[in-house]
Ligand binder design. Sequence first.
Ligand SMILES: [Fe+2]
Ligand SMILES: [Fe+2]
Length: 357
Amino acid sequence: MSMNRRAFLKTTGAGLMAAAFPLSLVKLAFGGEGSIPDFTFGYISDAHIQQIKGTRFVRNWDMGLIRAVREANLLTPRPDFFMFGGDLAQLGKKEELDHGLEIMSNLRGKVRYVMGEHDYYLDLGKYWQEKLGPPYYSFDHKGVHFVVLNSILTYDKWTYETWPTPMDRMLAMARLDNPKGSPFMVGDEQIAWLKKDLAKINGNTPVVVFSHSPIQKIFKPWNFWTQDAEKVQALLKPFEKATVIYGHVHQIQYNQIDNITFQAVMATAWPWPYPETYSQLANAFPKITVPMNRADPFFERDATGWQFVDVKSGRSAMHYQLPDNQNRTVMFDAATGKPQDVKYQDDSMRIPPQTHF
Ligand SMILES: [Fe+2]
Ligand SMILES: [Fe+2]
């Protein structure tokens, strides 16, 4: 089915059309398998809205989010819903969350939120929850079971006993390369909840998990890492189609571990570089099983943007909308059993730096 779709894209040039008109969803003539209809949702993540002083905020981060919201509002037909993937704020301040939510309020459609560590470690998620509700929950949509996890928790001792002030704790978790940080985890309470939640779901129902940190272990020094990832993966094992979509890494990233497809979303704020584990060193863990098509980490707006997701027969095709590069699609290939880039980029695909705003 997927091969047919790819062949169809090639022969009809629909892929080119999609690239030329990124704001309209090109609906292909493929219905869902059985009772699972196809649908689309939008995904915006890692805005890192940062207060300078009073009503002054870092303009670049504001503009990244504003642009994503504006472009998402132009999508037609409308996506069924939107997700925000966490790190709405930079240092968890009320002012930052309020300002970020004000920008997000312009987004037309239902929006659900994932908690990021930047939203959490100042007041331990108090204000975020006041505005947005519980940090983990599940919902069903058109035959797909969706789960939102709060994956950025860590050891109680680190959280409650290590830091003289809440801001010290926040700053310790806010950097990429910080030896004073602590590995992220979902925690036993949520894992027990997830076990119960998934017990009701039939094994051939597609399951999509949204988390902020990757539910796989990529690179511990940068906290591209969830300490108890295997416990969550084990609960997803019985499902024929399981996908984990995560933010936090600020880059296009995809992987397949057993039956679980992993897809990262981009940030609207800035791209992170690639961890050294991608070099496939013998001691790197895990081995990335799918060769990845990389954006340029030395190009400051490459790999920033937002994305929409086509759920086709319960599999997610991720459409990355990059301001400074050609749009990219990563979709599950049934023939290889892995997510793959539809079109690899080379230098000719680069859009020269330009003024966006
Ligand atoms: Fe982030
Ligand atoms: Fe994060």
